[in-house]
Design a protein around this ligand. Structure first.
Ligand code: NAD
Length: 304
């Protein structure tokens, strides 16, 4: 079994992005711009936004975080998005989700100009994936394909089982694997006999959000296991359930551990697997930067 090291792949992509931005800056006098809009006080969202802002600055992307109080109206929020749509220095506009409950998320998101839809959440951009004509992809699925490319994993002809049908991970990765000629089954909370589907799968992509849910007996010997799930585990009866030593060591001082959907005992049956943390997770923010660069290049008419 080989560990698919998302940190390593992500570092390589970041270096490429830095290099390319330097060259483009010389050529055009401009750098890519990313605007992140956050509304309210969701602590986890604030942490994510901070890490996006930090990485953008490190890579040479001009980053701009716009924070709003929860009391802002939908009209004011949409007005700001429209301003960003018009701003020539902004290539990517991201609205951090979840928005506070009073907002209609789709009404807000669909006001982003599709050419600046850096998260690739809008119908036109998701539709292009179905048509196999896309040049931008949602960050987490895009990160998974970059991992495949880095490790030369060819999914063509594989039986792939995607668990989860969110528009952020499950549905787009299913379409993207189909475009790479995998035979894809999408499973979800209403799927009957999930284990039967999984046991036939050469490749499993799990995006559920249930710690250790996929057990050793559910996976085929020699399969590829991609774990998107991020689950925060708090100590119960003095143990962190489902977590191995490394997972515990990394975060214990913060009072929790992080683990994925796939039980650690299943790893030994795999040919390749992504650990949690350190697998798919590090790819997501990196691919946001990569997408910002792609949108910049598209605007400058520099896409190959
Ligand atoms: P979600 O949270 O919107 O939905 C969960 C999905 O799991 C649903 O489609 C549901 O049908 C399915 N599901 C729930 N119970 C199930 C069961 N018993 N059997 C089969 N399917 C079941 O999905 P999401 O937003 O894609 O997030 C899924 C997980 O991935 C979460 O843990 C989230 O934190 C994580 N995530 C990680 C990254 C990353 O960068 N690594 C990015 C996005 C999401």
């Amino acid at each position: 079994m080989t560990i698919l090291d998302g940190k390593k792949v992500s570092s390589e992509i970041k270096l490429q992005v830095i290099k390319e931005i330097k060259v483009l800056k010389k050529k055009t006098g401009k750098v890519p711009g990313l605007s992140v809009v956050i509304v309210g006080e969701n602590k986890a969202s604030k942490v994510y936004v901070k890490s996006k802002d930090k990485m953008a600055s490190e890579l040479g992307i001009k980053s701009n975080v716009i924070e709003f109080d929860e009391n802002i109206s939908s009209v004011e929020l949409i007005k700001k998005i429209k301003e960003l749509n018009e701003d020539g220095e902004v290539n990517g506009v991201l609205v951090q989700l979840p928005l506070p409950k009073k907002f209609n998320t789709w009404e807000v998101l669909t006001n982003i100009n599709p050419d600046k839809d850096v998260d690739c959440f809008l119908p036109t951009n998701l539709g292009m994936i179905l048509l196999n004509r896309a040049n931008i992809f949602p960050c987490t699925p895009a990160g998974i394909l970059k991992i495949f490319d880095y490790y030369n994993i060819n999914v063509s002809g594989m039986n792939a089982c995607v668990i989860g049908r969110s528009f952020i991970v499950g549905k787009p990765i299913a379409a993207m694997l189909t475009n790479r000629n995998a035979t894809v089954t999408i499973c979800h909370s209403k799927t009957k006999n999930l284990a039967d589907h999984l046991k036939r799968a050469d490749l499993i992509v799990s995006a559920i959000g249930k710690p250790g849910f996929i057990s050793e007996d559910m996976v085929k010997q020699g399969s590829v296991l991609i774990d998107v799930g991020i689950n925060y585990i708090i100590k119960k009866d003095d143990v962190y359930e489902h977590c191995d030593e490394l997972q515990i060591k990394k975060f214990e001082r913060k009072g929790y551990a992080i683990t994925g959907d796939i039980h650690k005992n299943a790893y030994k049956k795999s040919l390749y697997y992504t650990p949690v943390p350190g697998g798919v997770g590090p790819m997501t923010v990196t691919m946001l930067m990569y997408n910002t660069l792609q949108l910049f290049k598209k605007k400058q008419d520099l896409l190959k």
